[in-house]
Design a protein around this ligand. Structure first.
Ligand code: TMP
Length: 205
């Protein structure tokens, strides 16, 4: 059976995910594959509704565990309704964030720890994982400045810098695993995109 590949793009706020998501999608298409671009939290009607709650600044009392469970509620729906069926059709799926964001933001940022996230990952996803995780890495301050120019701060973007330093450290910590690529996004866009192009083209081999 033909099976698509599952690529996720990760990183702290303002790291340049949108531009590079477009590049990855174009590269996958140029490799002759159908591509579906999606995002988390979101990607389904339910997931987009959960996203609204998660990003709503009025939800300032949300506990870290409630936040984590909502992320996984949206993810459970996303995987069953969208991601797995697309992969089974042979479509490649590119997701703006996935489980690694839960390890970074809830495990690291909110300090729930990676074991708690791993237990939920096991429960909700079994062994289902991306074929490739591209983590864009950037100085936290530079990223937050970039993000603040694009839109008004949501519930996460309103966090203090120390939170994002923990998020960044958790991403870097995960980047040594098999199937992970850490890309220095602090360089000129052409250099970042040259690296991403090489990484994606390896998947065609
Ligand atoms: P975005 O604005 O990059 O699309 O992501 C929305 C926010 O959700 C971002 O601040 C990161 C956060 N997030 C988590 O905290 N945990 C997760 O598992 C995911 C997918 C996103």
């Amino acid at each position: 059976m033909t099976k698509g590949k599952f690529i996720t793009l990760e990183g702290v706020e303002g790291v340049g995910k949108s531009t590079n998501l477009e590049l990855i999608s174009a590269l996958v298409k140029s490799g002759g594959h159908d591509v579906l671009v999606t995002r988390e939290p979101g990607g389904t009607t339910l997931g987009e509704r959960v996203r609204e709650i998660l990003l709503d600044k009025d939800e300032h009392g949300m506990t870290p565990m409630a936040e984590l469970l909502l992320m996984f509620a949206a993810r459970a729906q996303h995987v069953e309704e969208v991601i797995r069926p697309a992969l089974a059709r042979g479509t490649w799926v590119v997701s703006d964030r996935f489980t690694d964001s839960s390890y970074a933001y809830q495990g690291g940022g909110r300090q729930l720890g990676s074991n708690t996230v791993a237990e939920l990952e096991h429960q909700v996803l079994g062994g289902f994982k991306p074929d490739l995780v591209v983590i864009l890495d950037l100085d936290v301050q530079a990223g937050l400045e970039r993000a603040s120019k694009v839109s008004e701060a949501d519930r996460f973007e309103s966090e203090e810098r120390a939170f994002f330093e923990r998020v960044r450290a958790a991403f870097i910590g995960r980047s040594t695993k098999a199937g992970y690529q850490l890309v220095d996004a602090g360089r000129p866009l052409a250099d970042v995109q040259a690296d991403i192009t090489i990484i994606i083209k390896k998947l065609f081999e």
